[in-house]
Design a binder for this molecule. Structure first.
Ligand code: PLP
Length: 453
């Protein structure tokens, strides 16, 4: 007799197991999103796209490394060739689509690969409006790769009244919004941007990386496509580079599947396994990131070494009201500006011990970075100045360590910065020269030319 697992678990798991269909090669876009919408986020995160293996009963589906799949009698079972579809990729795509409240998910070898594939839905001559403080890699792709290939871009602060309406042209086919943005934590109403984009028949893509599907649901607010760098909160453990798109638009889904499998920037089965495992704890982690983020933001805001802090959960954030409407929590990302410019920033970064100085974000460990010298070093200085990315700016990804330890570490490092400020270091520091950390042994970051998260 076959064992179906315990009764309590058998119900939802059995229903969910039947839901995600394999991605079809020809028509594509067959994976099913919200399998059983009545089930909660955490339940779907754990069960959608992840039924026990029908052969062995393994509760965790095996990593399917085969590049090709047997077709006895010329009949294709679920899969044919792994670039076209793969069991681990299908499972991840179905689960993420469900968590975003969408119908079709698409996984890519990186967030950048997802961006490039999305932009191939356009053709030369099309116009795109992008938020100005867009992820630096997205900005580089838009300006230095897609522009020479014939796409036209206008960058604007979509939260500024009238700015988006002024930027949108009759030829605008796509609007690219990030909220919250990296690193200036701009928060823009997804609903308002969707209305403006749809008024001229343009699609709205929302980069939901900073919020994660747990804290923000762009499709429900009118977006046509959700973008993720899976490398961040979804992977969640700083051990994965992957990207994804989700949509409910059937025609667009067919096009995206065609582009995904023919451009070929698909992720490995092992990476899809890691991403699926990340999704299973996303709900728990985002609650912890939000709790710790709020504690750290309050401590940072109260410290005399800090000029300003931007955190969605703080009432002092200029778009706190928008954040409250469209986000379910503050998350773990914040940016603050130290008084005393680069010398104070150096003292702060050099004094940290629990928090690690490194790019990227969204992992279980707290990470800090200095945008002007690290992630955004590639931006022209005038663009950095326009965006407010100066030498006193620090970006923090608060992890899920004990909140008290993170707060204590940051507080003592801010005290170290305060000592430098009080010691008479120039308030306006010399421009960044390419090294951060303790003056005695500055870590070499001069080689960082390309923006990476
Ligand atoms: C990291 C990141 C990307 C790019 O994703 P990769 O996985 O590094 O290619 C895009 N947008 C945001 C907001 C990011 O943080």
């Amino acid at each position: 007799m076959m064992m179906n697992g315990d009764a309590a678990n058998g119900g939802p798991a059995a229903t969910l197991a039947a839901a995600p269909a394999a991605a079809s090669v020809a028509g594509g876009a067959a994976n099913v999103g919200p399998a059983v919408p009545t089930l909660g986020f955490a339940t779907r995160a754990i069960h959608v796209g992840c039924p026990p293996d029908p052969g062995s009963g393994a509760v965790v589906p095996p990593i399917s490394v085969s590049s090709t799949f047997a077709m006895p009698g010329l009949v294709k079972k679920d899969h044919m060739y792994s670039r076209l579809s793969n069991p681990n990729r299908d499972g991840f795509e179905a689960c993420l689509a469900s968590l975003e409240g969408g119908k079709h998910g698409f996984a890519f070898a990186s967030g950048q690969a997802a961006t490039v594939t999305m932009m191939h839905t356009l053709k030369a001559g099309d116009h795109v409006v992008s938020i100005d403080d867009v992820y630096a890699g997205t900005q580089q792709y838009f300006t230095r790769i897609a522009t020479p290939m014939g796409l036209n871009f206008t960058f604007c602060d979509m939260a500024a009244p009238g700015a988006l309406e002024a930027a949108i042209l009759p030829t605008t086919r796509l609007v690219w919004l990030e909220t919250p943005t990296n690193p200036t934590m701009k928060i823009t109403s997804i609903e308002a941007v969707a209305a403006a984009a749809h008024a001229v028949g343009a699609l709205l893509v929302v980069d939901n990386t900073f919020a994660s599907p747990y804290l923000q649901s762009p499709l429900a607010l009118g977006a046509d496509v959700v973008f993720h760098s899976v490398s961040k909160y979804i992977g969640g453990h700083s051990d994965l580079v992957m990207g994804a798109l989700v949509t409910s638009d059937a025609a667009l889904a067919v096009r995206l599947r065609h582009l995904q499998i023919n451009m070929g920037a698909t992720p490995s089965p092992f990476d899809c396994f890691l991403a699926s495992r990340g999704l299973k704890t996303l709900a728990l982690r985002m609650v912890a990131h939000s709790t710790n983020g709020a504690a750290v933001a309050a401590a940072v805001e109260a410290h005399p070494a800090v000029r300003k802090v931007l955190y969605p959960g703080l009432a002092s954030h200029p778009s706190h009201a928008v954040a409250t409407m469209q986000m379910r929590g503050g998350g773990g990302m914040m940016t603050f500006w130290l008084r005393g410019g680069l010398p104070a920033a150096r003292a702060f970064l050099g004094a940290l011990s629990v928090v690690t100085l490194a790019v990227s974000l969204g992992g279980v460990e707290s990470l800090v970075e200095h945008p002007a010298l690290m992630t955004h070093a590639s931006l022209p200085p005038e663009v950095r100045a326009e965006l407010g990315i100066d030498d006193g700016m620090v970006r923090l990804s608060v992890g899920i360590e004990d909140a008290a330890d993170v707060v204590a570490d940051i507080t003592q490092a801010l005290d170290a910065a305060k000592a430098v400020i009080d010691g008479g270091a120039p308030a306006t520091a010399a421009p960044a020269t390419g090294a951060v950390g303790a003056a005695a042994a500055p870590p070499k970051v001069t080689g960082v030319k390309r923006p990476h998260e």
